[in-house]
Design a protein around this ligand. Sequence first.
Ligand SMILES: Cc1ncc(COP(=O)(O)O)c(C=O)c1O
Length: 416
Amino acid sequence: MSGTPSGGLRDVRAEFPIFARRAALDPYRPFVYLDSGASSQKPEAVIEAQAEHLRAHNANVHRGVYALAQEADAAYDGARARIAEFVGAERETTIFTKNVTEAINLIAYSWGRANVGPGDAVLITQMEHHANLVPWQVLCRERGAQLRYLEVDADGRLSLAQLDAELARGDVRLVAFAHVSNVLGTINPVAEIAARARAAGAVSVIDGAQAVPQMPVDVDAIGADFYAWTGHKALGPTGIGVLHGRRELLERMEPFLTGGDMIASVDFQTVTWNELPYKFEAGTPPIAEAVGLGAAVDYLDALGMERVREHERALTAYMLERLREVPGLRVVGPPDARERGALASFTIEGMHPHDVAELCDRAGVCIRAGHHCAQPLMRCLGVGATARASLSVYNDRSDVDALVDALVAGREVFGL
Ligand SMILES: Cc1ncc(COP(=O)(O)O)c(C=O)c1O
């Protein structure tokens, strides 16, 4: 039974061409991919949609009057409509960026520089990825504002009481936080945090990079002012990110980048901006990537995000249980799979995480090791780095078994 997906999900592994290959270091071993938190693999449907666009419908968008250019327009704007619908957002307030990092920088520049000043505070959390930390640090430094952090407790959770206490200080202009932590796996109560921020007059920004690929997300129901995510972790291509913003805020904001496509008209000394969402899309956008991401959300939609979540929750529970068999192994984050996304970050006493990842690679198992772009969180956890195994729709129990076998064998190499 170990190869059977759980949660009613159909077995999709054969739909991902990369799984036809063998392990990079040993052609006799199967290829086991447990690094989808860094970037997911792509189904044939996505690869083919993007290739077919480039083969048969390629032209620049919003410029050409000829029929082929209009096919490209339809493909690009059609992808946007499907991507927006997939997460319960509106087409006009769904902006394509290069990745989630650029989406958060867009908010920090366009909203932050106009609305945050001396005496104000930006509130983020200790579990943020650098993408949702460095832009706020730079903004606060430039604008003479204070950057404050919500703490992470021993089980990797945030405290709503601390949130209330911070908001009660009356100076918080913006609250930015991850939907799902890329290190701890913690699923944060995003709607609750966004509602409390709003009641205190603060704008909320959610980094949904780890959430959209693995659970149903309804941006409208969450009620955040900004929600950002990235295509390549959600079975889509690299080079495309998505920002959903509240219309009133987007309409009042100045553009982040300027140049072509984001203008309504330009004279020698003056310029007026295009309508949403184009005001925030300067230059030729990621057209083929949008088509690919459109195919990715169609694929996820057809699988059913409830089933995806249930499959990954059950597999995470199995992974947590099996990791307990490895002596000296400590998993960080919430102990219960119901409270976490599909990953486990861990340390093994007596082994550096990089050695752990390298020994796993020799066994054909790809996992990540390092600070996971969350150096301040590593300091809170009292470690320099962790190893991390992260799951997606194509993983099953046999992958977790291969990981545990590799870890047990790795300890032996180290004489542990
Ligand atoms: C929670 C989180 N935020 C942001 C990012 C950055 O994503 P990107 O490099 O696609 O901008 C990542 C990627 O690792 C992430 O896990």
